[in-house]
Ligand binder design. Sequence first.
Ligand SMILES: Nc1nc2c(c(=O)[nH]1)N[C@H]1C(S)=C(S)[C@@H](COP(=O)(O)O)O[C@H]1N2
Ligand SMILES: [Mo]
Length: 247
Amino acid sequence: MKKNRLITRREALITGITSLGGLMLIGCDQPIPPTYGNILRMGDALTYRVHRALLPGQSLVKEYLLSDISSFPAIGTINPADTSKYYYSHIYDLLQRNTFTDWQLTIEGNVARPGKYSLNQLQSFPSKTQITRHTCEEGWTAIAEWTGVPLGMLLEYVGIQSNARFVNFYSYDGWVDSIDLLDAFHPQTILAYGMNGKNLSIPHGAPLRLRLERQIGYKSMKYLKKIVVSDKYVDNGDSGWAWYAGI
Ligand SMILES: Nc1nc2c(c(=O)[nH]1)N[C@H]1C(S)=C(S)[C@@H](COP(=O)(O)O)O[C@H]1N2
Ligand SMILES: [Mo]
């Protein structure tokens, strides 16, 4: 893989995006994921390279028809306000009691306009609706319609800075995870507040979750609390789940 071919693809990807700095592949003959060198993350390097090198950066996942929508189980945390669980969040409990009127997404880090954004504010951005297939690492898949704000649009709005390389996510049930800017600016990467034409329900991550359509289900974080744009990535530790899990 030669530099000029990667750059050509990258230029194609960033058409229309002005402030994408620090994409990690620039200047590398072989793309490597940031988890490279961690023995428990060895699988990342292979899948990441294959996806990044063989597929065009902006390839889209298939979108389905309304008639394809299936039943959809809720997996992992299904309510951070459950007092019997180790991940119980008192703040989430209060927010939920008030139907998330006081909920705000914190956005900070390498952005010109850090701040807190209410659901109303996020819903005032142009929205994107997509019907996609979710694939869980446990072996099931399901199809749903998701509506939300494209993450790339939000990052543009808050003024992502040129030293940014990753978007780090924090949830009310204590999850931390991150994605690179290629995935963050992918047109199907959205922060979803709607599912199948209704407000996102609590089991599915209310009031806001990530939909990261080109990676496996656990990367689509539910119950979003905070986003930190950074030149560093946060990781969920050695959970045994790959950081990069392309599908
Ligand atoms: N915050 C948070 N996000 C999460 C999870 C979770 O437990 N907590 N589970 C993940 C897993 S493994 C999957 S398959 C999907 C499930 O989404 P669903 O509950 O809407 O089916 O959410 C992912 N995001
Ligand atoms: Mo999953």
